[in-house]
Design a protein around this ligand. Sequence first.
Ligand code: CTP
Length: 399
Amino acid sequence: MQGKRILLGITGGIAAYKIAFLIRLLKKSGAEVKCIMTPASSDFISPLVVSTLSENPVGIEFWNKDDGTWNNHVDYGLWADIFVIAPLTANTLSKMASGSCDNLLLATYLSMKSNTVIAPAMDLDMYAHPTTARNLTQLESDGVEIIPAEDGQLASGLEGTGRMAEPETIFSKIEDYFESRKDPKIKGKKVVITAGPTYENIDPVRFIGNHSSGKMGFAIAEKFLADGAEVVLVAGPTKLNLEAPGLKLLRVRSAEEMLAAVQAEWESCDYGVFSAAVADYRPADVAEQKIKKSDEEMSIRLIKNPDILKWAGDNKKDQILVGFALETNDLELNAQKKLNKKNLNFIVMNTLMDPGAGFGHDTNKISILDDHNNFKSFEKKSKKEVAKDIIDYLKNYNS
Ligand code: CTP
């Protein structure tokens, strides 16, 4: 569930206390969690517990009187990959079935771009009531997925069907939900990604490097992993870290080390996405001892580094190969030349001229040019969203 965005809706039933365990399970699996609570649910679980465990502020009212912020149901609807409402009371169920919209949770339900999953919880007679059955049928036909209530001891002391499914059951239903939606073009495929800068040593304490943070490459790796790919992430020196099942993180320093790591993985891979900012040149000689200052001027002779992307393009069989171009001028013309020269399937272009795009930023603004001469421009977005756009382009790309 690495990187999946789970929006949890909590309504006012006794089972709300169990949601703490569900949040823990989701967080442990690498998901991002945000929660919305109905006002009544805070009698059963404290918003402080929910926000602490989810590591995000909790949305209860539209208007947060403490810090003056507006909780936007539309933003929640756009953010989430899935909306899970657990526990779902008979009251909120009936409001959802009728389209009522008198709190933040209900407004968010109506604003959802992704699917909604519900785990109802109520006393056995309420659960068995024809009104409840009718409302559940209505939601099912509206496309909502239902995790049925379970049989057992109820808070009222009675025994019967009405208990909220256990957090472990809800968790595995969420896992199944994402599993069943994984694209076969990505699921189980092997991807080699390069990320970050390279450092080219001058002497034991100095190097030639650049400002690349590696954020774009790491975001691409995360998205591929979330979609079920096997990822080899070859990363130059960066502070970033990523741990996930299916990930092989190879840390390298120089272009030559990056090339060697790519060469070892290339033949067996399906896709290559090369986002690293590789130094084009390296010092011809690396001093064994720290260079002492002497004359007013000094020069370092540089020799060309291997072009890793070009090597992959020259040694391409059925792989789809994606390169990056960071340009300051003649963006499309230069990108077209790189696409051809390096035998790429498509190239992701960005320019340092766009504010908030490129090195170090959390956002990027890209356009894509492919080898069929298709060109697509995207809005400025977070690097995570850009990663999704790149992978969506790859899914729809036909060589
Ligand atoms: N690349 C690489 N190995 C290199 C240099 C670049 O793999 N030695 C890859 C980058 O990861 C990126 C693309 O090639 O995907 C960038 O192309 P490149 O021609 O190197 O761009 P610039 O370094 O900007 O080159 P130039 O200075 O010629 O514009």
